[in-house]
Write a protein that binds this ligand. Structure first.
Ligand code: SAM
Ligand code: SF4
Length: 340
């Protein structure tokens, strides 16, 4: 049997991890200003620096040829980018052909009422919706600009259109730590899975301190166990979350613990920004420019070579720390640049 040629080999990093999951931040802009994610007076990238939707499609399709099986669109808020549904519909061809196992997105839910049906038609089967509280006043305080009722309506429309929903909830000390039971109960009633996330030190927040926000998920889990039966589960979505099943509701709860438990040994992903910069790790600075090889030639040979060279530089892991002695962010860019 002949061995495969170098340009058909799947992407494997120096630590033997297969890289088959690409997350794309399709815009750094957003219609909300969550306090842990952005400063209120953010400056955004000039439009000229941002890849066109056609360029993002070409880049994503190159990754699919190199063995990517899962694509997640994120941002900023992916559904605020103009004509984003054209890109989603176009990428859906890879799901329909069987080249991709999954096309999905992470959204704040503000535009779901408008786009849910289109997402299903495009081949999206499940989505993550970020929601940290069910209290309208707190929701406005966390997101600065958001209206809870609009989000809840959008999530319901998405569920009724046939999308499986996972709620992402960032645990915030003194903000939503009295609501975790309510979230579990509500997700049980509505039929949603739920994932708790530890806040990560990414980007400057103006006057706010990460120390004031940070709550380890060991605390969240201990609190949940006072009321719910949490059965260990070996369910995995290919991501960093570890799951339990709630005996009383039958729904899953995931825990993403970048701060207290490092999960980098099984990392299978890389992240592309809307300017075509590829970050091989969410928590490290090293990055590869894919926009130049993309624009320099109509053939994808240089692009594929640049992707392979980047994967060789994928670091072993991140080293996030939040405490009073480490007030500076681990990386200067906000989560909205690399997309969470
Ligand atoms: N706008 C979309 C949304 O909110 O779902 C997608 C982009 S957002 C950056 C992706 C996820 O990152 C959200 O679930 C958000 O809560 C989370 N996030 C943002 N900043 C974070 C931080 N500093 N630490 C932990 N999670 C963060
Ligand atoms: Fe926008 Fe999502 Fe960041 Fe909130 S978490 S500001 S919704 S990008």
């Amino acid at each position: 049997m002949s061995s495969p040629s170098a340009d058909t080999l799947p992407l494997i990093d120096p630590f033997g991890r297969a890289v088959n999951y690409l997350r794309i931040s399709v815009t750094d802009r957003c219609d909300l200003r969550c306090v842990y994610c952005m400063a209120e007076d953010m400056s955004f990238l000039p439009k000229a620096e941002v890849l066109s939707l056609e360029e993002i499609d070409r880049l994503a399709s190159a990754f699919v040829r190199l063995g990517t099986r899962k694509l997640r669109l994120t941002g900023g808020e992916p559904l605020v980018r103009r004509d984003i549904m054209n890109l989603i519909r176009s990428l859906g061809r890879h799901v329909k052909s069987g080249a991709l196992d999954e096309l999905t997105l992470t959204t704040n839910g503000t535009m779901l009422f408008k786009h849910a049906a289109g997402l299903v038609e495009a081949g999206v089967r499940r989505i993550n919706v970020s929601l940290d509280t069910l209290d309208p006043h707190k929701f406005q305080a966390i997101t600065r600009w958001g209206k809870l009722s609009k989000i809840l309506e959008g999530i319901r429309v998405a569920r009724d259109a046939g999308l499986a929903i996972k709620i992402n909830c960032v645990a915030l000390k003194g903000v939503n730590d009295d609501e975790f039971h309510t979230m579990v109960e509500w997700c049980g009633q509505e039929g949603y899975d739920l994932t708790f996330i530890e806040v990560m030190p990414m980007g400057e927040l103006g006057d706010l301190s990460r120390c004031d926000q940070y709550l380890p998920l060991s605390v969240v889990r201990a609190e949940l166990q006072t009321r719910w039966t949490l059965d260990e589960s070996d369910y995995r979505t290919g991501g960093p979350a570890r799951y339990v099943t709630v005996g009383e509701t039958g729904r899953r709860i995931g825990f993403i613990t970048p701060m207290t438990h490092n999960f980098c040994e099984s990392c299978n992903r890389v992240r592309l920004t809307c300017t075509g910069t590829l970050y091989m790790c969410l928590g490290q600075e090293d990055a590869a420019d894919l926009r130049t090889p993309l624009r320099v030639s109509d053939s994808d040979a240089l692009l594929e070579q640049a992707i392979r060279e980047a994967i060789v530089r994928k670091p072993k892991g991140h080293d996030f720390i939040i405490d009073r002695r480490h007030q500076a962010p681990a990386v200067p860019r906000h989560m909205s640049v690399t997309g969470g």
